[in-house]
Structure formats: structure tokens, C-alpha cells
Ligand binder design. Structure first.
Ligand SMILES: *[C@@H]1O[C@H](CO)[C@@H](O)[C@H](O)[C@H]1NC(C)=O
Ligand SMILES: *[C@@H]1O[C@H](CO)[C@@H](O)[C@H](O)[C@H]1NC(C)=O
Ligand SMILES: *[C@@H]1O[C@H](CO)[C@@H](O)[C@H](O)[C@H]1NC(C)=O
Ligand SMILES: *[C@@H]1O[C@H](CO)[C@@H](O)[C@H](O)[C@H]1NC(C)=O
Ligand SMILES: *[C@@H]1O[C@H](CO)[C@@H](O)[C@H](O)[C@H]1NC(C)=O
Ligand SMILES: *[C@@H]1O[C@H](CO)[C@@H](O)[C@H](O)[C@H]1NC(C)=O
Ligand SMILES: *[C@@H]1O[C@H](CO)[C@@H](O)[C@H](O)[C@H]1NC(C)=O
Ligand SMILES: *[C@@H]1O[C@H](CO)[C@@H](O)[C@H](O)[C@H]1NC(C)=O
Ligand SMILES: *[C@@H]1O[C@H](CO)[C@@H](O)[C@H](O)[C@H]1NC(C)=O
Ligand SMILES: *[C@@H]1O[C@H](CO)[C@@H](O)[C@H](O)[C@H]1NC(C)=O
Ligand SMILES: *[C@@H]1O[C@H](CO)[C@@H](O)[C@H](O)[C@H]1NC(C)=O
Ligand SMILES: *[C@@H]1O[C@H](CO)[C@@H](O)[C@H](O)[C@H]1NC(C)=O
Length: 837
């Protein structure tokens, strides 16, 4: 019996547990007919015998893949091209030297490649070794999806800069990272074991990312001690065979904090010399470093303005030090000051253009200004940053965010490319000519040679890299879009699904459907109509807290009052932000009639009763969207559960757990936002849902013993604003009630708060028979930043399905507190089939 089982496991590729470590490069076994076998190469020819070369790596990768997917044991030959039935990988130049003519192969740009699966030899030829490796991964992506098409084509990158940024701190933590600790740093130094770095290099190379910035933009000067420079050298040595270069983030004040100078004025000759020497030291150890990334005069970081120098003078300091080595400087446009909300014209969204437009043409030609997609901060929807339409003599790159800082922190499914596309495909109409953002950032529109994109990724030591298997679609898609921003978001997704979960049609359709609905769903149950995400911007950036946007200097205001809401960014009566766009776009947003509903509150301050183009009022749109968004999210779990048995148990369970959590948290979002705006506006939901929860029992209304009531803050994140907590952390609490619902079968949903700092235990009894129990340990199983309070971050729902209840039954919750978590409970929903409350 055991032997039979073993055999079954071996033949069914999906049955074996999968950790996610290989991401989309799993090379899972596929069936192969005689016809299929006849098309597989049995010899691999790699045109470079140096083990650390990308071409050699490409050869090995093809060998591994052929073996894993099709059980073919291909041999590798080096530097010769006479074997038949082979795949040959190298550069165009190597091919010409070893094999002869390259007639018929088009001219390639840097990093481009040619792939031909026609004829007796499969050709994978790069403009350089990096391109050859990209071509190999492209070929393997076809094989891994069972695609044996006869193809012959070349492809070139849209832009030379295809970067990722890691916000890793030297102590091993990662700012806005949700997948574990740093793979690069620990205790102020570079880690010894770089195995995970090699695995990351492989993933990045396979989606044609050519540079990784390894440390946080909020940079620590100790990165540049001699020991750490040597450590950076070790990191670069690991990335190099995969064609990935490293970059580093610099702290502007380093000459003072690390170098012992008494100033860091960018125009001071001693400071200039210090940076030049430091740059030489780094290049001695990392001769092919791509460049520096600089966040200066931003959110408390030091910069040139400290010395009354311009941002351009600050950027050029580094540009000149690095120029002799061929490096570049990515200089972030994320510069803004604290503002006062009582000033109707103050507007953080205007800051980047105000700071950078006057400097156009003043940056050296190896400086690239790195611009976030929107003018504020990675929100669920923002208009395109107007800075893209204000720099014509400056190199620029777009900054995206793969890590879901404001978009669910990997505990919510959100496939991001549809959001990115709203910006990449946006036409800014500069000089009344087509001016798509994607053509501006690649340099085409204004004829710049340097340009491209950077994305904040923040993978960590977790086997899932980002904290959730499904979030890896965003990293995969980012690379694909950096190469070709015209590529289709759904098409990219489907390639990723097949590579990650196999070729089953139901798996493909289901994950496609869920993913394509995920950003619209998230936007619906978080912030609508361009009001921003409405997460808590002062604490975790995770759960709902609309009030945190206003009455502080951060300038992410909503100006929500009892009658009206939105930022008036018009020229006629507001901040004048619309005037930063080219005329056609400015007039579109200036006029409320031509402003699209989904950005209405970004540009206009209106009454809650204002009617949208859709015909709904603003407030009713909020209510409806929150109900429909949460409902969509409930569907994700059902859809996923339909795939049971078609996906290995380990990944199935991991994802199911997150989607189950998301169904609950989307309801937390729904109710919090609706409660908040109902409380402000006092305008009722025409559908009668907001504030009416016929299937709920509030914990504070139950008979309490060892529990006491607790007023939740912010108020809208508790049902009725009140929850219960145990009297102390060593008192067991009980809450009891008599059920007054018609006898029948129900799902029990219990909303509680899962805090950081303790693992309480809850048990639910029906007439003294235990029907469920759970532990408050989400901080160890979910990826988002935990909270130490009862709030929108910690609010969590657990469900027990199919509980038989008779009218008059006694329901009891027993909460055992632990540490700083007082077994908090908000409410219980007793849900008939099909009801979500
Ligand atoms: C082979 O790779 C090494 C390391 O990348 C490189 O230095 C060398 O030039 C390559 N050889 C050829 C023939 O291209
Ligand atoms: C693969 O081929 C090599 C020789 O070409 C042989 O030594 C090795 O045992 C083979 N491996 C398998 C798994 O067949
Ligand atoms: C292929 O060429 C190499 C030298 O370029 C030679 O050593 C080898 O024997 C040749 N193999 C065949 C099968 O002709
Ligand atoms: C993943 O990362 C989280 C957050 O950093 C951590 O708490 C958790 O233990 C990690 N899980 C695994 C399986 O490594
Ligand atoms: C910078 O790194 C050093 C060494 O690890 C550490 O002592 C220091 O606290 C760090 N500074 C900041 C601002 O994080
Ligand atoms: C330049 O910096 C050096 C070192 O910090 C300092 O001693 C010197 O006074 C500065 N020179 C000027 C002109 O500010
Ligand atoms: C250059 O930097 C190195 C390493 O920090 C230091 O040892 C050396 O003295 C510096 N040279 C100059 C001329 O400042
Ligand atoms: C910068 O300029 C302001 C006024 O323009 C002046 O008050 C300040 O002292 C200057 N700071 C430095 C470091 O030169
Ligand atoms: C684009 O810039 C290059 C120099 O980088 C110049 O030779 C060329 O004429 C420019 N083309 C246009 C259309 O301005
Ligand atoms: C115009 O701006 C003022 C603030 O200066 C504001 O109170 C008023 O509501 C705005 N009017 C309109 C029509 O938006
Ligand atoms: C908004 O409501 C106020 C009364 O609360 C009213 O005076 C004003 O005219 C309304 N504005 C619009 C544009 O309807
Ligand atoms: C209760 O909290 C205190 C202080 O935080 C802690 O020392 C103690 O261990 C906790 N007791 C329990 C049972 O968790």
C-alpha cells in the first residue's frame, strides 16, 4: 500500500508539498507525448565556459528545467556548436565567433535577445550575456507551460532601467516588508549565508530585472564601513552570474556621521573629495555597481537644503563621484514639507512639481529623477503624477510598489497591474501631443536615453518571499511590464498562474477571475472616488482609520466635514494643483463635469449629496461600494475552495487561510468606513444596511463575567463602538446570551481583536457543548503589521460553519487572556445561509 501511495505522489506533480521558494520557476513535471519528446533538445550548448557567466548559468538552468519538467537528461557542451538536436545559448558575438553566420537575426538593443525554436537547433542569442539568460528563461517559460510553438523573434527592453528597491535595514528588519527578515542584512552587517540572495537573483533575472538596490532609502551611513563594503561585494558576486547589478541607497549626511567631517555641504570641496574617494573604494570591490539611490530632504532625511543648496546640486554631487565608474544616481522626487490644513490652498500633491520643475535641465546626464506614480503616496487610486509632464531635460523613472504597503500588506489579495496601468497608459497631452506616461518614462517622448522604472519589492526570508504566494504575481508582472509596459495585465497574470500552479483550466480561470477582481474589490471596500485608501496613515498603514488623514501636517487630507468632503484642487477656488497638468488635462480635472467619478474627491470638494455621473450621490456610492466590495471578497474564498485537490495542500491551505481572513477583514473595512461617514453626515443608507445588523449580537449586550466593556478607538472599528475585554490578563472571561433566532442551521461569525503581545484563547459553547475555539496568534501567521490596540488593524473575524441552533439555546464565549491581549470580543453574527452581516 505504501509503495502505491508513493508512486501516486511521484506521478501527480502537484501532490507534493510546495513551499513557494521557487516562485514561478518550479519546473513542475508535465506529461510529454512522443511528439512532444521529439521537440525537446537533448544537447545544450553554452557559449561560455566560465561558471560565473550568465551564459553558463543559462545552460545549467535549461538542463535543470528539462530534467524536472520532462525528465530529459540533456548534456551540456561548451563553446562548440556542432551537436544535433540541441539548444544553443550565448551572445550574438559568441555565436558569430564559434558557429558562424548570424544572418537573419535582427539588430538587438542592450539586454535584448533572439529566440528561435524553428529548425534543428534552438537558438537563444542575447545582445549581451544578460540578454542570453533572459532568452533562456523565456524559452523555459514556454516549456513549463507546455507551449511548443515554432517561434522566431527578437525582443528588446522598453528602457534600460529595470530596477527593484529593497527597503532593508541593517539590523535585518525591512521597512514595509511583510515576508520576514532581510535576506541581506543582520545585526548591522551583511549575512554570511547568501543562499537566499542567489535564489532572489534567479527570480529577478527570469523577469529581466537588471538592478537591485539592497538597502532602505532611509539609509544608514554604517553601510559604508570597510567591512560592509566588502559584504556588498559578496552580494554583488552572487547577483553577477544572473546579470543583476546592485545599487545602494546613501545617507546624505554620511561624511559627517561616518566620515567624521563637520559638514556635508554638497558644494564643499572636502565633502566632494570625501564622496569621490568613498565611491572609488566601493568600486574597487563592486566594479560593476549600477549606481546610487538617494532620498534627500524628505521625511526628516538630511539633504542639500540643509545648506541652502538645490536638490540638483545634491544629486550632482553623487553623479560626479560616480560618473568615472559608469554609474548613475536615482534621485527620489518624494520631497515635501509639513503643511497646515487650515490653509485651503496648501497641498502636498503640488510639492514635487514645485521642487523639481525649476530644476529641469540642471541635473547631470547620469542623474535620473525617480517619481512615484501618483503625487501623494502609493494610494489605492491616484491621478498620474504631474511631474511626468514637467521635466523635459531631465532623465526620469517611475516608482511603483510591489509590496502592498497601503493595499492590504499581502494579507489581502490585490493584483496591482490594473492599478499601475491607469498611470502607465495615461496620456498627459504635453503640447497637445500624445504623451503616454509609459512613453515618457522610457525616454521615447522627450528623447531621453536613460529612463525606466523602479519598484519597491521588499521580499524577505519567508519561503513565500512576500508573505503570500498570491502576491508573487505582482513581482512577476512588474518585471514583465518594466520590459514591455504595453503588455496586457491579464495575459501576464495567466502566464504566472500556469507557471505557479500548473495547467489546469479551472485553476487558470479561477485565479484569473479572483485576481482581476481584487483591486476593484479592495478599492470598493477601502477609499472610493479618489479620496485615498483611508488606512491609518499615522500607525500601520493597514486597517481603516479615515480620521487619521486629517488634522495633521502630512497633507493626505480628505477635508471630510458634516456636509461635504474632498480636496478642492482646482485653480478657480482650490489649491491650484490642476494647473500643474498640461492644458487639456488641467481643464478636464478643473471642471467637475469632466472629472471622472473615480477621482472626483481628489480634485473637488463636494457635498455628500452631490450626484455622480453614475446618478448616485457621493454618500450612497460609498455605502454601496463598501457592500459590493466586501461581497466580492467573500466570493474569493468560495472560488479558491473550488480548487481544493487541484493545488498542493501546503499552498492551498496557506492561501485559503489568507482569503478566509480577507473575507472577514473586508467586512471590518466595510463597516468602519460606512459607520464613519454615516456618523459625520447623518445621511442614511437608502438600502437600510448601514447601522442595521439584524443577525448580530453585540458582546457588550451579553451577560458578562470576568469581562468588562471597552470603548474602541477609532470608534468606527467596533460594532456599536464597544467591545469587551477581560478584567485583567489573568482573569478568564465569559459572555453569555440566549439565542432568539428561528431554529435552523447557521454560520457563526465572531468578530474579535487579535493584538500583538499575546495569544488569547477563545472557546464558543452552545448549551455547554463546545462548537468552536481559536487562538489569537495572527501576528505569527499573517503578514501585515500587527497592532497593540483594539482597532481596525487588529479587528478579525472567525467563522464556524453549519452550526445547528434551536431557539432559546444558550451561547457562551469563554475568553482566556494572554500577555497583553485581553481576549477581546466585538460581536457575534448568527448567519442564515447566504447572509453576510
Ligand atoms: C565568459 O564569461 C566571463 C564572465 O562573465 C567573461 O569575463 C568572458 O568575457 C566571457 N567569455 C566570452 C567568450 O564572452
Ligand atoms: C544523465 O546522463 C549522464 C551522462 O550523460 C549520466 O551520468 C547520468 O547518470 C544520467 N542521469 C540520469 C538521471 O539519467
Ligand atoms: C564538435 O567540435 C568540437 C570542436 O569544435 C570537436 O572537439 C568535437 O569532436 C565535434 N563533435 C562532433 C560530434 O563533431
Ligand atoms: C514570515 O514573516 C513573518 C513576518 O515577518 C513572520 O512573523 C513569520 O514567522 C514568517 N513565517 C515563516 C513561515 O517564515
Ligand atoms: C545604523 O546602524 C548602526 C549599526 O548597526 C546602528 O547602531 C544604528 O542604530 C543605525 N542607525 C539608525 C538610524 O537606524
Ligand atoms: C568644508 O568642510 C570641511 C570639513 O567638514 C570644513 O572643515 C570646512 O570649513 C568647510 N569649508 C567651508 C568653506 O565651509
Ligand atoms: C579614502 O577612503 C579610505 C577608506 O575609507 C581611507 O582609508 C582613505 O584614507 C581615504 N583617502 C582619502 C584621500 O581620503
Ligand atoms: C539658509 O538661508 C536662510 C535664509 O535664506 C538663512 O536664514 C540660513 O541661515 C541659511 N542657512 C545656511 C546653512 O546657510
Ligand atoms: C535625440 O537625442 C539625440 C542625442 O541624445 C540626438 O542626436 C537626436 O537628434 C535627438 N532626436 C530628436 C528627435 O530630438
Ligand atoms: C471655495 O473655497 C472656500 C475656501 O476658501 C470654501 O469654503 C468653499 O466651499 C469653496 N467653494 C466651492 C464652491 O467649492
Ligand atoms: C452644499 O450644501 C449646502 C448646504 O449645506 C448648500 O448651501 C450648497 O449650495 C450645496 N452646494 C452644492 C454645490 O450643492
Ligand atoms: C500579565 O501582564 C503582565 C505585565 O505585562 C505580565 O508580566 C504577565 O506575565 C501577564 N500575565 C499573563 C498570565 O499573561
Amino acid at each position: 500500500m505504501q509503495a502505491t501511495w508513493l508512486l501516486a505522489y511521484l506521478t501527480l506533480g502537484f501532490a507534493a508539498a510546495e513551499t513557494g521558494l521557487d516562485g514561478w520557476l518550479r519546473y513542475a513535471t508535465l506529461p510529454c507525448s512522443t511528439q512532444c519528446r521529439s521537440q525537446l533538445p537533448v544537447n545544450i550548448i553554452a557559449l561560455n565556459s566560465t561558471e560565473a557567466s550568465p551564459v553558463y548559468v543559462a545552460g545549467s538552468e535549461i538542463q535543470i528545467a528539462l530534467n524536472n519538467i520532462y525528465n530529459v537528461n540533456a548534456s551540456i557542451a561548451l563553446n562548440q556548436c556542432n551537436s544535433s538536436s540541441s539548444v544553443i545559448v550565448g551572445t550574438i558575438e559568441q555565436y558569430r565567433q564559434t558557429c558562424g553566420s548570424t544572418v537573419g537575426i535582427p539588430e538587438l538593443d542592450e539586454d535584448g535577445f533572439w529566440l528561435s525554436t524553428r529548425g534543428s537547433k534552438i537558438q537563444i542569442l542575447g545582445q549581451n550575456e544578460r540578454g542570453a539568460l533572459y532568452g533562456a528563461f523565456e524559452y523555459l517559460s514556454m516549456l513549463a507551460r507546455g507551449n511548443f510553438s515554432q517561434v522566431a523573434y527578437s525582443t528588446n527592453p522598453s528602457a534600460p532601467l529595470r530596477w527593484v528597491n529593497q527597503w532593508d535595514n541593517m539590523d535585518g528588519s525591512i521597512e514595509r516588508g511583510y515576508g520576514g527578515e532581510s535576506i541581506f542584512f543582520k545585526n548591522g552587517a551583511i549575512v554570511d549565508d547568501l543562499t537566499r540572495v542567489r535564489q532572489y537573483a534567479r527570480l529577478l533575472a527570469s523577469v529581466r530585472i537588471n538592478t537591485v538596490v539592497v538597502n532602505n532609502v532611509n539609509a544608514n551611513a554604517t553601510l559604508l564601513t570597510p567591512q560592509n563594503i566588502d559584504g556588498l561585494g559578496r552580494i554583488a558576486d552572487v547577483f553577477r552570474p544572473y546579470g543583476v547589478k546592485i545599487g545602494i541607497s546613501l545617507n546624505f549626511a554620511t561624511p559627517e556621521t561616518l566620515g567624521g567631517l563637520d559638514a556635508y555641504d554638497p558644494l564643499n570641496a572636502t565633502v566632494v573629495k570625501w564622496w569621490s574617494n568613498m565611491t572609488d573604494q566601493i568600486y574597487q570591490r563592486v566594479p560593476d555597481m549600477a549606481g546610487y539611490l538617494v532620498k534627500a530632504d524628505s521625511e526628516g532625511e538630511p539633504g542639500p537644503q540643509v545648506y541652502n543648496r538645490t536638490l540638483a546640486e545634491g544629486a550632482n554631487l553623487f553623479a560626479r563621484a560616480i560618473k568615472p565608474h559608469g554609474g548613475i544616481v536615482m534621485f527620489r522626487a518624494f520631497v515635501y514639507n509639513q503643511l497646515n490644513e487650515s490653509n485651503w490652498e496648501a497641498d502636498r500633491a503640488k510639492a514635487a512639481v514645485n521642487f523639481f520643475k525649476p530644476l529641469d535641465g540642471k541635473f547631470d546626464d547620469n542623474v535620473v529623477v525617480q517619481i512615484k506614480y501618483g503625487p501623494i503616496h502609493f494610494q489605492v487610486r491616484e491621478p498620474t503624477s504631474p511631474l511626468f509632464a514637467n521635466l523635459f531635460k531631465t532623465n526620469i523613472a517611475i516608482e511603483l510598489e510591489v509590496t502592498q504597503e497601503y493595499l492590504g500588506q499581502q494579507s489581502h489579495l490585490v493584483y496591482l497591474p490594473p492599478l499601475w496601468k491607469t498611470v502607465l497608459d495615461f496620456d498627459l497631452r504635453v503640447d497637445h501631443k500624445p504623451s503616454l506616461v509609459r512613453d515618457i518614462v522610457t525616454g521615447k517622448r522627450f528623447n531621453r536615453t536613460l529612463g525606466g522604472s523602479a519598484a519597491v519589492v521588499n521580499v524577505g526570508t519567508n519561503n513565500t518571499w512576500l508573505g503570500s504566494h498570491l502576491s508573487m504575481s505582482n513581482l512577476y508582472a512588474y518585471g514583465r511590464l518594466a520590459w514591455d509596459p504595453t503588455a496586457d495585465a491579464q495575459g501576464i497574470l495567466q502566464d504566472w498562474i500556469q507557471l505557479t500552479f500548473g495547467l489546469d483550466r479551472a485553476v487558470l480561470d479561477t485565479i484569473t477571475n479572483m485576481s482581476m477582481q481584487s483591486w476593484p474589490a479592495y478599492e470598493s471596500y477601502s477609499g472610493n472616488l479618489g479620496i485615498q485608501t483611508l488606512t491609518d496613515i499615522l500607525y500601520t498603514h493597514y486597517g481603516p482609520n479615515p480620521a487619521s488623514q486629517d488634522n495633521n501636517g502630512w497633507g493626505q487630507w480628505t477635508r471630510a466635514g458634516p456636509k461635504s468632503i474632498g480636496m478642492d484642487r482646482t485653480i478657480q477656488n482650490g489649491t491650484g494643483y490642476t494647473g500643474q497638468y498640461p492644458e487639456e488635462i488641467a481643464s478636464k480635472y478643473e471642471n467637475i463635469q469632466s472629472t471622472p467619478d473615480d477621482l472626483l474627491l481628489w480634485f473637488h470638494h463636494v457635498n455628500y449629496t452631490h450626484r455622480l455621473h453614475s446618478g448616485k450621490t457621493v454618500i450612497q456610492h460609498f455605502y454601496d461600494a463598501h457592500y459590493s466590495g466586501a461581497e466580492l471578497a467573500q466570493g474569493f474564498l468560495d472560488q479558491w475552495e473550488s480548487l481544493r485537490g487541484k493545488i498542493d495542500d501546503e499552498r492551498y491551505a496557506h492561501i485559503r487561510h489568507r482569503l478566509d481572513y480577507q473575507t472577514g477583514h473586508s467586512i471590518v473595512w466595510r463597516d468602519a468606513i460606512n459607520n464613519f461617514y454615516y456618523n459625520l453626515s447623518r445621511i442614511s443608507d437608502t438600502a437600510g444596511r448601514v447601522g442595521h445588523h439584524p443577525w448580530r449580537i453585540e458582546a457588550e449586550d451579553m451577560k458578562l463575567n470576568g469581562y468588562d466593556t471597552y470603548t474602541v478607538s477609532p470608534f468606527e472599528t467596533g460594532s456599536g463602538s464597544v467591545a469587551i475585554v477581560t478584567l485583567s490578563n489573568d482573569t478568564v472571561g465569559t459572555a453569555t446570551t440566549t439565542l432568539d433566532f428561528p431554529s435552523g442551521t447557521y454560520d457563526l461569525a465572531i468578530n474579535y481583536y487579535d493584538l500583538y503581545g499575546g495569544q488569547s484563547n477563545w472557546q464558543v459553547y452552545l448549551n455547554d457543548k463546545k462548537v468552536g475555539q481559536w487562538v489569537g496568534d495572527a501576528e505569527h501567521h499573517l503578514s501585515h503589521t500587527p497592532s497593540i490596540y483594539l482597532d481596525g488593524h487588529s479587528a478579525t473575524r472567525i467563522k464556524f460553519r453549519g452550526v445547528k441552533i434551536s431557539k432559546g439555546d444558550t451561547l457562551k464565549i469563554v475568553g482566556t487572556p494572554d500577555g497583553d491581549e485581553p481576549a477581546p470580543v466585538d460581536y457575534i453574527s448568527v448567519l442564515p445561509e447566504g447572509v453576510v452581516d
